[in-house]
Design a binder for this molecule. Structure first.
Ligand SMILES: Cc1ncc(COP(=O)(O)O)c(C=O)c1O
Length: 455
């Protein structure tokens, strides 16, 4: 962008005109926002010239790293050739067609179709519409209930926020989209008490069966979950969880939806979290990593079971967005897939970067305020506690996560705080030296957090 101003001018204008997502407007206007002006590789620079290691890949999306000229070139070329046309009313364009084919090649077996959206939230709204449509076409329109999970995150549109299990969000909404209910999450560290992780995973999965029985199996349409909860605090379920969920979905014939907006496109070290866990979902909402965040794009990957019914003699599906399959976004996604494949970034997570990240981040377990470190692929979580053995938390009014997040920003690292859990999801292009840098900075920020909380 060619406009330049001082940081103070930007902060003032930002406070006057810009309402940020998930932000306390009053607090931000008083403090002044943090202005990020440029980025390269795994680093951001703020308006004061500080260099910051981005441990969150933007918002779980900047997987191939910032500043890729190849992506910019493709977008530029596509903007000159066909900057926009829609895919409504039996029209299509090459970028959307080519990307549909490319997605079918990397998606789990049987996923031959995709419905494009502009974001992960729109993808989940599409999921709701598609699930209801599927059961209507099968003459079971009473099957409407979608079971989701507390503390899951599926977006911020009415549908996405209703599927999500965020209490504070639901309180502001008052009422949810009807026919969406929630069961408990498989958060062993936070809620597992004295159970072993395996026992707890089974117990939480079996809540799905209990909920189906309570509602009546013939009323239940689907179960939706993230393979690994991201925004809820990088909650990696016990090994026993997903096989049991799959078994219950199969037994009752309900659709299984794996929300892979974060776990899709390599973060687990496999193309999809469903591949990692060996589960067989029917629908896979995606976004973020599909373009590595360079431009907005989302979609729903549609498996054989639903695809067959929708594409048979079902008539028109009255659903779509102006930007469903935007040509520039599709061209960028194709280039992103090329980079992921040619640079073997996903294999590298599986065999090299992921294990190194696990070992190094795991060393934080020795820190006096760390109760647990979890990693899987390029997902990481650090649980901060006042007492390591009892897992007792800091008093909630001390806001340990926010305190740590501020120390991180001020010391050249982005980590996000979810309650007292610090979460990490770095870009896939991190070098070993950058993993070391991340862990060293994290240790220092945990020290500073411990000192602040004591003060
Ligand atoms: C699992 C999951 N689903 C859906 C969404 C919503 O995506 P978007 O913010 O692109 O609407 C997110 C966003 O973080 C997510 O993590």
């Amino acid at each position: 962008m060619t406009i330049t101003r001082s940081k103070q001018e930007w902060q003032a204008l930002d406070g006057q005109h810009h309402l940020h997502p998930f932000t306390d407007f009053k607090e931000m206007a008083e403090k002044g926002s943090r202005i990020i002006t440029r980025a390269e590789g795994a680093y951001l620079w703020d308006a004061d010239g500080n260099k910051i290691l981005d441990g969150m890949a933007g918002l779980w999306c900047m997987n191939i790293g910032y500043g890729r000229k190849e992506i910019a070139d493709v977008a530029y070329k596509q903007m000159l050739e066909l900057p926009y046309y829609n895919n409504f009313f039996q029209t299509a364009h090459p970028p959307a067609i080519e990307l549909s084919k490319a997605l079918a090649e990397v998606a789990p077996a049987g996923f031959e179709h995709v419905f494009f959206t502009g974001s992960g939230s729109e993808a989940n709204d599409t999921v709701i519409r598609m699930v209801w449509r599927y059961w209507q076409l099968l003459d079971q329109p009473q099957r409407r209930v979608i079971i989701s999970r507390k503390n899951g995150y599926h977006g911020s549109t009415l549908g996405g926020a209703s599927l999500s299990g965020m209490k504070v969000v639901h309180e502001q909404m008052g009422k949810l989209v009807p026919d969406i209910v929630h069961i408990n999450q498989p958060y062993w560290f936070g809620e597992g008490a004295d159970m072993s992780p395996e026992e707890f995973g089974l117990a939480r999965a079996r809540e799905l069966r209990a909920k189906i029985e309570e509602i009546g199996a013939d009323q239940v349409a689907a179960f939706i979950a993230e393979p690994i909860q991201g925004a809820g605090g990088v909650i990696i379920p016990p090994e026993s969880y997903w096989p049991e969920i799959q078994k219950i979905c199969d037994e009752y014939g309900i659709l299984l939806i794996a929300d892979e907006v974060i776990s899709g496109f390599g973060r687990t070290g496999k193309w999809f979290g469903s591949d990692y866990y060996g589960i067989k979902p029917d629908l896979i909402p995606v976004a973020k990593g599909i373009t590595s965040g360079y431009v907005p794009l989302g979609g729903v990957l549609v498996g054989e079971r639903v695809g067959k019914v929708l594409c048979a003699d079902g008539g028109e599906f009255y659903h779509g967005f102006t930007y469903s399959g935007h040509p520039v976004a599709c061209a960028v996604a194709l280039e992103n897939l090329r980079i992921l494949k040619e640079e073997k970034l996903i294999e590298r997570i599986d065999t090299d970067l992921g294990p190194y990240f696990k070992e190094k981040l795991g060393s934080l377990q020795a820190h006096p305020i760390v109760g647990e470190v979890r990693t899987l692929g390029m997902f990481g979580a650090i649980e901060m506690v006042a007492d390591k053995t009892s897992r007792q938390r800091f008093p909630s009014e001390r806001h340990a996560g926010l305190v740590c997040r501020e120390h991180c920003f001020n010391n050249g690292l982005v980590m996000r705080g979810v309650g007292d859990t610090m979460i990490i999801a770095p870009p896939f292009i991190l070098s070993h030296a950058q993993v070391d840098e991340l862990v060293e900075k994290a240790w220092r920020c945990l020290d500073l957090t411990a000192a602040s909380l004591k003060a």
